[in-house]
Design a protein around this ligand. Structure first.
Ligand code: SP5
Ligand code: ZN
Length: 341
């Protein structure tokens, strides 16, 4: 299986994120890449190759021009000001019904960043762009006839919407890939197995009849992203019926997780997509620091095996997963089962 990876993604490092009024370490660190790479290397899963050259068109096909311009220039604007603290952080957020596009830098921060988990440092834009390029390149490989491709993306993407960023996500990598695939007029299913609901991905494709989105995740009544991921969110307009959320209770184990995945996959079969994109987060893991689920490495292996059962060309896009000692083994188990090795 081809593995798409860019070294540029390492350059983004959160100095901290703000949690309950305090600066805390972020779980989303470049060491996640090494944890995954060393497991894939040791198993010789496939060639690890850099992404193709990508201009901004595939990003603009998903994201609002104002947001992309903000992300690309925020750090330079910040550094040119009188800031004494490194990353760009929002402080002021638009109340409901007051989402008027601001001209002022301070207001733009809160307009585009919906929480305090997306600090923008000196290399955030380049890393986010490289991450999107990995996913987009994976889509190109599928279009060229590859059956299974893994895009080792970081920062992750599924909490980024067309005009908002949050939850460690700046650009929606899976959405960039799905758009690239759907340009050919084909139907796509995005299957999101990260323990968090992919509120950004859902928002991007909510009214799109050609891109189905299904997610299993911790209950948003208690867990980030809190404001989306409920079972009654089924899509709208021409996209009605192409969105499916399965919130699962605290303590969800392999059996429950796989049962939920099975019901998502039955819906994927019914939708009959040409391509499948997996938003592959491994933070449902039993030891994950952000998770309340109890999925094991064998659970992820079985998830890979079931997705293989769709018998569709599949792009796996890396999302969350923060337990460094076992992250590589979890990714590897999933990918090996997916390709049937
Ligand atoms: C891509 C992805 O997995 N994003 C996850 C964003 C979830 N952020 C919520 C993290 C909450 C951290 N809680 C800290 C507890 C400190 N004791
Ligand atoms: Zn997650």
């Amino acid at each position: 299986m081809d593995i798409i990876f860019s070294e540029t993604q390492r350059q983004h490092r959160h100095r901290a994120v703000l949690y309950q009024g305090q600066m805390t370490d972020s779980y989303e660190a470049p060491e996640r890449l090494d944890a995954i790479l060393s497991a894939l290397d040791a198993a010789a899963l496939g060639p690890i190759v850099p992404p193709d050259e990508m201009d901004l068109a595939p990003i603009h096909a998903v994201h609002d021009e104002g947001m992309v311009a903000f992300l690309a220039t925020a750090y330079a604007r910040h550094a040119a000001g009188d800031a004494s603290f490194e990353p760009v952080f929002p402080s002021f957020f638009p109340p409901p019904g007051q989402r008027r596009r601001p001209d002022t830098f301070e207001a733009q921060k809160g307009f585009y960043c919906v929480d305090m988990e997306v600090p923008i440092g000196p290399h955030t834009w380049e890393a986010a762009r490289a991450s999107a390029a990995c996913a987009w390149t994976g889509a190109q490989r599928l279009l060229e006839g590859e059956r299974y491709v893994y895009a080792l993306c970081r920062p992750p993407g599924h909490h980024a919407g067309s005009d908002f960023m949050g939850g460690y996500c700046y650009l929606n990598n899976a959405a960039v890939a799905a758009r690239a695939l759907s340009k050919e007029g084909a139907r796509i299913a995005i299957v999101d197995i990260d323990t968090h609901h992919g509120n950004g991905t859902q928002a991007i494709f909510y009214t799109d009849p050609d891109v189905w989105y299904g997610s299993l995740h911790a209950d948003p009544r208690t867990t980030y992203p809190f404001f989306a991921g409920y079972a009654d969110e089924v899509g709208a307009g021409r996209g009605e019926g192409t969105n499916r959320n399965l919130p699962l209770p605290r303590g969800t184990d392999d059996a429950e997780y796989l049962r939920a995945l099975g019901s998502l996959l039955a819906l994927v079969e019914a939708f009959d997509p040409r391509w499948v994109v997996v938003s592959a987060g491994f933070d449902a893991y039993v030891h994950d620091p952000v998770s309340t689920f109890a999925v094991t490495t064998e659970g992820f292996r079985e998830a890979g095996r079931r997705i293989r059962g769709l018998q569709r060309p599949t792009l796996v896009v890396q999302e969350g997963g923060y337990h460094l000692p076992d992250l590589g083994a979890n990714v590897l188990a999933f990918l090996e089962a997916l390709e049937g090795s």
